[in-house]
Design a protein around this ligand. Sequence first.
Ligand SMILES: Nc1nc2c(c(=O)[nH]1)N[C@H]1C(S)=C(S)[C@@H](COP(=O)(O)OP(=O)(O)OC[C@H]3O[C@@H](n4cnc5c(=O)[nH]c(N)nc54)[C@H](O)[C@@H]3O)O[C@H]1N2
Ligand SMILES: Nc1nc2c(c(=O)[nH]1)N[C@H]1C(S)=C(S)[C@@H](COP(=O)(O)OP(=O)(O)OC[C@H]3O[C@@H](n4cnc5c(=O)[nH]c(N)nc54)[C@H](O)[C@@H]3O)O[C@H]1N2
Ligand code: SF4
Ligand SMILES: [Mo]
Length: 712
Amino acid sequence: MSRPAPHLVPVPSETVKTHCPYCAFQCGMEVTTIRGASPSLRIVANPDFPVNRGQMCIKGFTSGALLDHPQRILSPMLRQGGRLVPTSWDDALDFVAERLLTLQRAHGKPSVGVFGSGALTNEKAYLLGKFARVALGTPNIDYNGRYCMSSAAAGQNRAFGIDRGLPFPVSDIAETQTLMLWGSNCAETMPPIMQWVYAQKERGGSLIVVDPRQTDTARSATLHLQPTPGTDLLLANGLLAIALERDLVDHDYVARRTEGFEDLRRQLLGIDTTYVERVTGVSLDKQQRAVEMLARAESSMLLSGRGAEQQSKGTETVLAFTNLMLALGKVGKPASGYGCLTGQGNGQGGREHGQKADQLPGYRLIEDPEHRAAIARVWGVPPESLPGKGKSAYELLDSMGPKGGVRAMLIFGSNVVVASPHASNIQNKLDQLELLVVCDAFENETAQSAHVVLPIAQFGEEVGTLTNLEGRVILREQVRPAPTGVKTDLEILYELARRLGHEEGFHFDSSEAVFDELRRATAGGKADYSGISYEKIRAEQGIFWPCPGEGHPGTPRLFQERFAFPSGRARLHVVPHRPAAELPDADYPLFFTTGRYKEHYNSGAQTRRVPQLEDAKPEPRVQVHPRLAQELGVVEGQGLLVESRRGSVTFAVTVSRDIRPDTLFAPFHWGGKQAANLLTVPALDPYSRMPEFKVCAVRARPVGADGPKRQR
Ligand SMILES: Nc1nc2c(c(=O)[nH]1)N[C@H]1C(S)=C(S)[C@@H](COP(=O)(O)OP(=O)(O)OC[C@H]3O[C@@H](n4cnc5c(=O)[nH]c(N)nc54)[C@H](O)[C@@H]3O)O[C@H]1N2
Ligand SMILES: Nc1nc2c(c(=O)[nH]1)N[C@H]1C(S)=C(S)[C@@H](COP(=O)(O)OP(=O)(O)OC[C@H]3O[C@@H](n4cnc5c(=O)[nH]c(N)nc54)[C@H](O)[C@@H]3O)O[C@H]1N2
Ligand code: SF4
Ligand SMILES: [Mo]
């Protein structure tokens, strides 16, 4: 038998431990390159990483498909004669820099906008913020985390004086007696977290789930509350009113560790529980059981997701959660408290290092003179040269075009025409730009409108740190070299800064060198990374911030002794209920809400290209209760035209008892005519500027037998 030529024998090379490219769980994974005629990757879960402990979801297992993908962009592209055509890096970068300078000369510095992402590593988010403020001198930088974490962040800052998604490691979930998951479908959006939830249940704990739909998460629950969309604030206030009435408030804790209870108490006394029952649709009996379970347990935990936060009152809803858990005396006790389940891979770090319109690195505020001075010192620029606060994500995108004044936009890591509310408006505004630059590995729906597309290195082809949902700073290691033809985001920022006359502050030899500057910039800030190094992360499976010095071990748990206000006390807030911005009426009689499938990630720009995921979920389906389906005269698989005041989409129908009869649900992972965001309303939360992705009003009618027909 002849032996295969040596280069065809698969020889496993060294296995690299790294992390998944997608969500905030940042599962540890092991990637092995199988060498041979066509090298391939084998990806398995890292059994030793303490967060996912050997588990991953289907997105992580199939993520290797992104690297050698045939649709990957491997050359810069420039629009010529209406088409994107390949060009050289020098030509593309020279073109961008020249256009930026010309536009800024003619229309001022704020005429250039920058849009970042919670997918970016800490190093990228940091350098992008610096690039906007120093190289471009524009206030107009924001990012897609505004669509994701902003309400939880605003709420936690107001209640605790600091914003770290979870103030404890995920392993604490297994230890809590009562777990309440409010507006999170983590069984689908973070599947490996369920090992901690199941462990909690096995120890005899109870699980309460609050979701208008019977989700996979809700199926595990001891108690499922199924509120009318957009009524979470009222429900949370109602629960606390019951606690007060039943003397379940921990007055000793409230007196020692909080301030503002008297005002809150007065508000709660005015709450009519039958009104709460009527508006939320959650029976008083279930409300009472939920409160008893939370209050009487030795330890209890409330974790929120986007269901409760992506509302035009998301911040106040989060404050109602912190009120509840503080009043019950749970926050800072073992395996207890409030936390939010962060979404994007670096949703946490992405909001700490200055790509948010109002922030500077270390969670500093751009409008605070001392904070400005601290960062200006690190950057070697006069404080007065730093621009002020810019516009929030939706407002920034909405101001594109000559009328709004933002004439050029640089996008790093977001598919804004799919992910933004009222998507047709954003497409329209994008088309009015004089320069749209998209830095991405794929030509997503947004890149299709670009003047220039710059191809980037992906996960596994570069190193960088991310901060997971627990506040643990981890390191995504390089697995293989980046393909020729692409650059890292950091290299692109340097090349542009150099052409804009700012070579000095942007020249770094490595990602680690950027991290070293980031450490210095965060020293003394709320999110202090100064004691964290690549070396330390490698040795310790990640380090929790704050970590304010070389010898500091990091801080897995917050609030055990004090909160991050000068008084050390947490703040209670009076947060009266108000209705969603758009409620069903005679013309648009149904609620419409949106969310996620297990198989797809966000705008689908990555996962719709992975064959296994696309085969499993090839299209968005609208979920319709059987009673409503009968009323509408629509059957499984038939097309249903769903219309809001902003647009219409035809979805194939899934008939299911898992949803309320007054509500339609669809995922937002698809673009073009299938984009759920053609329907959503761009109502913004006044504090966080979070759009109301979870509530709007629609009407629906069947499109007849010729609608798309496919079995699930
Ligand atoms: N498979 C998958 N996993 C992901 C992602 C993904 O796209 N796909 N994205 C990642 C990111 S960026 C994020 S932010 C997280 C999001 O993770 P989750 O917060 O779990 O995400 P969603 O599915 O958007 O919303 C959760 C639930 O909110 C419910 N909901 C809708 N309206 C309301 C309401 O008015 N009140 C309440 N209480 N609930 C409501 C929906 O029915 C849904 O089941 O997931 C991360 N993980
Ligand atoms: N209706 C509705 N709309 C929603 C939501 C909802 O629940 N309902 N959820 C919102 C939420 S929570 C989020 S987080 C947003 C997310 O939606 P988007 O902001 O569109 O985020 P992604 O789909 O993750 O897009 C990421 C893009 O970044 C690219 N990318 C990934 N890593 C990098 C990198 O390192 N550098 C660069 N330059 N590019 C990179 C990917 O290839 C992809 O094209 O959607 C929001 N929109
Ligand atoms: S749970 Fe999140 S981090 Fe883990 S494999 Fe799935 S997408 Fe990746
Ligand atoms: Mo998100």
